[in-house]
Design a protein around this ligand. Structure first.
Ligand SMILES: [Zn+2]
Length: 371
């Protein structure tokens, strides 16, 4: 059985995390990856999706030719950007673990995913194993609204199934279900008045918002649905009756219907409170991404199970509360699950990479594509 070259995988990982690549500033990363993919014999292109998004690098799309062009191609994807503080990352190895030097994230989310894809291509090249065409997407700006995947022209891809390597936790935990996600932007328009001289002439937007919010069911609404109002702002001075409050929030659900019901209920509650006080409600909602739910009997999961068996790994198919590029690919008809890359505590200064899990993930992805 072909094995992962751990030294090569780790040195690629270190090279990747030391390239600065926060969201919408992935230029250097994209150039580096285009060079590596070209060296590996891929046909490489970069799209112009970043222009509309205000970024400096587009999606990097590559094709690695298979040994048998009659087999259906497979998509492998990971994202190039990372969250802040993610500039000047200095990875530190401690035994089986790689962490940051403490003042930044590590950026294994998702440099580990990229390193795994590159290692798998190197293994295929060295071992001359049979495999279908592999399509690779390294997306930009995943962390802020999945902008890269959303901008990708899917007609550039032939794959009907794929693996997004972008999940924390143990490698045998495979995300097959993720919610729909709607963001909310609510404005409550009251009326300003002097708070000491003629408060009765005002309509206090703070109070209108407070009355509404205090009556809402938020947090975990049911076993498939959550809602959160995470930001609130408003007011200009303590001596002015507040004429504008802005509330921003979100709702998520595995069920589109339940999601719509939760959002409608939030809107109604704001509306009732506004109407009672004579305030005006502006209620904005926007779908960020759609839910998916991949059956464990689908080919994308069967391949994983088979690959796992070969490696003595039992796969667990789970649902996740967050979204990823897989939501976008699935909505476009490419059946995708999300695989762990071996990192833990992403988006924190304590983020770390478990080398053993990282290597296992690379082995798993290799076996999946040669299966
Ligand atoms: Zn990620």
């Amino acid at each position: 059985m072909a094995s992962v070259r751990q030294d090569r995988l780790l040195s690629e990982f270190e090279a990747l995390v030391t390239i600065d690549s926060v969201s919408l500033k992935e230029r250097e990363m994209a150039d580096y990856l285009k060079e590596k993919l070209t060296e590996l014999g891929c046909e490489v292109e970069e799209d112009d999706g970043a222009q509309a998004a205000g970024g400096n690098a587009g999606n990097v799309i590559a094709r690695f030719k298979g040994t048998d062009s009659t087999r259906s191609p497979i998509l492998l994807s990971a994202h190039m950007d990372r969250v802040t503080p993610g500039v000047g990352i200095r990875p530190v190895r401690e035994g089986n673990i790689i962490r940051s030097s403490g003042d930044t994230i590590l950026g294994a989310d998702d440099a580990a995913g990229i390193a795994i894809v590159l290692e798998v291509l190197r293994m295929l090249r060295d071992n001359r194993a049979d495999h279908p065409d592999i399509e690779i997407v390294f997306s930009f700006c995943e962390e802020k609204g999945l902008l890269g995947a959303k901008a990708l022209d899917k007609s550039k891809l032939r794959a009907k199934l794929g693996y997004v390597i972008d999940s924390g936790g143990p490698v045998n935990r495979v995300v097959v279900q993720s919610p729909s996600h709607i963001t909310l932007d609510v404005k409550i328009k009251g009326r300003a008045a002097h708070a000491g001289v003629e408060p009765e002439k005002g309509i206090d937007a703070v109070q209108v918002a407070a009355r509404a919010i205090s009556q809402m069911k938020l947090g975990r609404i049911d076993d498939e649905t959550t809602a959160n109002l995470g930001m609130i702002s408003g007011g200009r001075a303590t001596n002015i009756v507040c004429d504008l409050v802005e509330v921003r929030g979100e709702a998520r659900s595995m069920s589109r219907e339940k999601l719509e019901r939760a959002v409608a209920s939030i809107q109604e509650t704001f509306q009732e409170s506004c109407s009672a006080a004579g305030a005006i409600l502006e209620f904005g909602s926007e779908i960020e991404y759609e839910t998916y739910n991949i059956s464990p009997s689908s080919e994308v999961c069967q391949r994983l199970r088979k690959a796992g068996e070969k490696l003595g790994m039992e796969m667990h198919f789970v649902s996740a509360g967050g979204g990823s590029d897989a939501n976008i690919y699935n909505a476009q008809g490419i059946e995708c699950v999300v695989l762990g890359a071996g990192y833990f505590k992403p988006h924190t200064l304590e983020e770390y990479l478990d080398i053993e899990e990282f290597v296992k993930s690379a082995s798993l992805v290799y076996e999946v594509v040669v299966a």
